[in-house]
Design a protein around this ligand. Structure first.
Ligand code: CMX
Ligand code: CO
Length: 146
């Protein structure tokens, strides 16, 4: 059901500075940048391995664009650092239902738009050993939304 670590999400206060750090320290390149208004973030996806066809792994650097967004709240409480882990699946709706059936709270009743045309759903960190967990179906893979 889950085929890869799609990305690790990292909260930062200054996206451009974080991108510069990961590029100059590790040589990771930006595959994509966008603002996701619904999630309240400006974000950069840095490719760690693979190609952008649904099988790759990324770092997702996240800068808040609103004071009331989840990432802004996280930065206020915890400071910069690892914010979430995202597992890749070919069927995010089916995977969410399966995980919900195992007693984990799914925060998104319907999958929402994520990076690079993906569809995503979050799981409550308190049901996942303190790890905010995201399920990701890459663009162009798996069943279409109903
Ligand atoms: N990782 C682990 N624990 C977290 C957390 C995180 N990222 N964010 C919050 N928590 C914990 C807090 O530490 C707190 O625990 P305690 O009560 O023990 O102190 C508890 O969860 C509640 O924290 P809160 O600050 O009151 O936050 P909320 O309950 O308002 O929201 C959450 C928490 C997970 C429901 C909310 O952040 C959410 O809905 N996240 C999903 C959306 C998201 O994060 N979007 C940004 C990324 C977008 C993307 O990846 O594309
Ligand atoms: Co993410």
């Amino acid at each position: 059901m889950f085929t890869r670590i799609d990305h690790v999400g990292i909260a930062c206060r200054d996206l451009d500075a974080a991108v510069a750090f990961y590029r100059s320290t590790y040589g990771f390149e930006v595959a994509h940048e966008e603002v996701n208004e619904e999630q309240g973030v400006r974000e950069a996806m840095l490719r760690v391995s693979g190609t952008d066809d649904g099988g790759a792994s990324y770092l997702q650097l996240l800068e808040p664009v609103r004071d009331d967004s989840p990432v802004a709240k996280f930065l206020d409480r915890h400071g910069e650092g690892v914010h979430h882990v995202a597992f890749g699946t070919g069927d995010v709706a089916g995977a969410s239902a399966a995980v919900a059936g195992r007693g984990v709270r799914v925060l998104d009743a319907e999958p929402r738009p994520g990076s690079m045309g993906s569809r995503i759903a979050f799981l409550h960190p308190k049901d996942c050993g303190g790890v905010l967990t995201e399920l990701v179906q890459a663009a162009g893979s798996g069943p279409d939304p109903e």
